[in-house]
Every structure is written in C-alpha cells, then in structure tokens.
Design a binder for this molecule. Structure first.
Ligand SMILES: Cc1ncc(COP(=O)(O)O)c(C=O)c1O
Length: 412
C-alpha cells in the first residue's frame, strides 16, 4: 500500500517534471525562432535573402571586367587576335619558358615564402635593394595589400579621372572612399590631383603611364606631385607599362622611392610575357615594406611564377625586343588611323586609346566591325569613355588588320 502511494507520487512528479521540461524546451525553440527573426532584419540585409551581410561599401563596387578573351566570329582566316588586355604579342621570354619547364613534377613543397631569388634578380637588374622589394601574385594583389594596410573607414584615396579601375575597387574594398581628380585632355593634372588632397587622404594612386589613356607624367611632374603631398600620404606610382616607355624624360619612380619615406613603385610581369603566371613587384621604403609584409600571405607567389619570373627579369634582351616591336607598331597604328578622323591619344604604353569623337563611325560600330574580323579590343564604358576603344599593340598581322578595318570606317 505504502509502496503504491510512493510509486504514484514519484510517477506524478516525474510526469510534471517532464511536462515542464517539454514546455521549457518549446519555449526555447520559440525564443530561438523569435531571435532568428530579429537577426534576419539586420540593418542592410535583404529580408527575402537572409544571411551574411558584406561590409558597407562592398556592394557599391562595380566588379572589374577583364578584356574579352575571344569572339564567336573569327575572321576569314579563322584566327582570333586578342587586343583587349595589353599582353605581350611576342609570347614569353624563352628563358622563362625553359625555367618553368625545369620545375617538372616538383609540386609537393611550399614555395620559398619571400620569393628571395626573384627579388635578388630584380635587385641586380634594376640596381635596387632586394630587401625592399616585395613580390605579389600580380600587381593587383599588391594594390589590394596597400589599400588594406593604409586605408580604412573615413579615409580617402585620390585617383585620376581615368585612373586604372583597380584603384577604386581596392579603395572601396578597404572601406575607404575614392576621390577623383579631373584629367586635362586625357592627361593626369598634377594641380588637380593635389587640389583633391584633404586631411582624410591617406593614399594617392597614379598609373604612369596611365591605363587606359596611355599618357604619362615626366619626372619633373612626378616630383611636383610628390612635393605637394603631406608626409603621411602614401604616393603609389604604378609603372605597369614602364618597359614600353620611350619618352626620354620618364622615371618609373625608383629615385623618389630612394629619397622619401612615403612613395612606393609597383610593377608587373603581365605586360612583358608572363600574364598567365601572375607576378607583380613593388619597391618601397623599409618601414612600408615591413607593414605590408605583416599582412601579405606567407606563400603568396607560387614556385612556377618565381622560377619563370627570375629568368624573365634577367632576360633584358627579350624585353628590349618587345619595346622595339611596340614602338614601331604603336607609331604605325597612330599614323594609320589619324587620316580617318579617329583621334589616337599619344601613348607611352603597349596600347592606344582611340576616340571616335565625331560619331562616324562610332566606337561600337568600329568594335563590331573589328570583331567580325576576329579582332577583340577593349570597350571603355566602364571608364566613362563610351566613345573610345583601347587597342593593344599586337603582332604585325594584327595591326595591319586593325588598320584595314578602321580605314574602311566610312563604310561601317
Ligand atoms: C596600370 C595597371 N596596373 C596594374 C595592372 C595589373 O597588373 P597585374 O596583371 O600584375 O595584376 C594593370 C593591368 O592591366 C594595369 O594596367
């Protein structure tokens, strides 16, 4: 009897405890759902697509559109001429190709982390201190690294009106604001750039020669730009096309780097035959290199790129042959199109910006006519230049085809 009543009490307690637990459990689930609902309405999130929200400014970035690789329409010969990304028309340095082949199947080990051999080669060739050279996976990586390290919320970067599109992308990705300075007739205006510098400016990006205009500041103008900047503003001189410059008064920026604590020079192997391997490099003051090295990934440049890059850097004869070819066909193309009312902006790069200002033919008709012959060039709408096309200097055959199509412009 006693046992029965104890049993009944215990089971009734257990039952009540169970119900209580269940209720508490249901309440927790309900609370979780309410919490989840609350989290769904995080400011900036899209109610119909709940999930992680990028930092403010990221969705303002217009993604970089690379030059088209091909066209569905090949010319009569079936050939396609890619003149949309300023690559080498003579391929890669044979020494670089051989160095790449020497890698064989050695793929299991991480590469040397600082690209020491490649830095030493660049130091030898350019007379620079290898300890103040940094290698990147393309100069794009280095531009992002600079922005990540020196820009943040509330900061500004000054960029010329038609400056390379990666500068505003890297600036916005770092949470900062790009500020644009007007060009004067497609040339960077030093006074205009300096007028845009304020107490919020942390970085000034300058491509010299500039892509896509091809125009270039001489060494004096470069000094004037640097001389007008406060000591805490970093001047980034992006000399991606330095190997193609033929102007006698040009400086790629090494001298300014040597003399000052707030200048870096950025270069690339992409325009001299190794775009596929993604190799960029930078020269700067020790303190800046130290800061950037803290952010850089420990194995950011792969072994294949290091091997081929070292050989390419030492093969100055190949670079000279590229420069000679480029000078010849750059001048030739400009002369050819001039007679057709197409304005070619004088270029120091391995490309020419063509302006179809008169409207006949217009840039898109010209682009389509070129594509029909298998020639792919770069449209310039993303730079705010809808009446322009950028044409990379290609092989002799490609250049003759471009001129022939544009010279029949009246029929387009
Ligand atoms: C001015 C300028 N800087 C940097 C780059 C990026 O080069 P990389 O291929 O080394 O990332 C380019 C590529 O077109 C460029 O035109």
């Amino acid at each position: 009897m006693f046992c029965n009543s104890v049993f009944l009490r215990v089971s009734s307690l257990a039952f009540r405890w169970g119900i209580g637990r269940m209720c508490r459990y249901n309440l927790l689930i309900l609370r979780g759902k309410i919490m989840k609902k609350k989290l769904d309405v995080h400011p900036g999130s899209d109610r119909s697509h709940p999930g992680p929200v990028p930092r403010p400014g990221i969705l303002d970035i217009a993604a970089y559109m690379p030059g088209k690789s091909g066209t569905k329409k090949a010319g009569e010969s079936g050939e396609v001429f890619k003149l949309s990304s300023n690559e080498s028309p003579l391929g890669a340095s044979p020494a670089a190709v051989a160095a790449l082949a020497s890698l064989g199947g050695e793929l299991a080990a991480y590469p040397e982390g600082s690209s020491a051999d490649l830095r030493r080669a660049l130091g030898d060739v350019h007379g620079l201190d290898p300890d103040r050279i940094m290698i990147g996976s393309g100069s794009d990586e280095l531009l992002h690294l600079i922005a990540q390290t020196y820009l943040g919320e509330g900061d500004e970067a000054v960029i010329s009106q038609y400056g390379f599109l990666m500068y505003p992308i890297a600036t916005r990705a770092a949470g900062a604001r790009p500020v644009f300075a007007r060009d004067v007739d497609y040339r960077v205006d030093v006074e205009g750039m300096l007028d845009r510098v304020t107490g919020r400016t942390r970085v000034v990006f300058l491509a010299n020669p500039n892509n896509p205009t091809g125009t270039c500041l001489d060494a004096d103008a470069l000094r004037q730009l640097h001389g007008g900047l406060p000591a805490d503003v970093l001047l980034v001189i992006d000399s991606a096309y330095a190997e193609y410059v033929t102007a006698a008064d040009y400086s790629a920026g090494e001298a300014l780097v040597e003399a000052h604590e707030n200048v870096v020079m950025v270069r690339t192997f992409s325009k001299i035959g190794l775009a596929a391997l993604r190799i960029g490099w930078m020269y700067g003051p020790e303190r800046i290199m130290d800061a950037l090295n803290r952010v850089r990934g420990p194995f950011n440049v792969n072994r294949a790129a290091q091997l081929a890059g070292e050989a390419a850097a030492r093969d100055q004869a190949f670079i000279a042959s590229l420069r000679d070819h480029n000078r010849k066909w750059r001048e030739w193309l400009v002369e050819q199109v001039a007679s057709n009312g197409i304005r070619a902006i004088p270029s120091q790069g391995n490309f020419v910006l063509l302006l179809f200002e008169g409207g006949h033919p217009d840039a898109s008709a010209a682009r389509m006519a070129l594509e029909n012959e298998g020639i792919v060039v770069r449209e310039m709408g993303a730079y705010g230049l809808p009446d322009a096309l950028r044409v990379s200097i290609g092989t002799e055959k490609a250049m003759r085809k471009v001129a022939a199509v544009l010279n029949s412009a009246g029929d387009l």
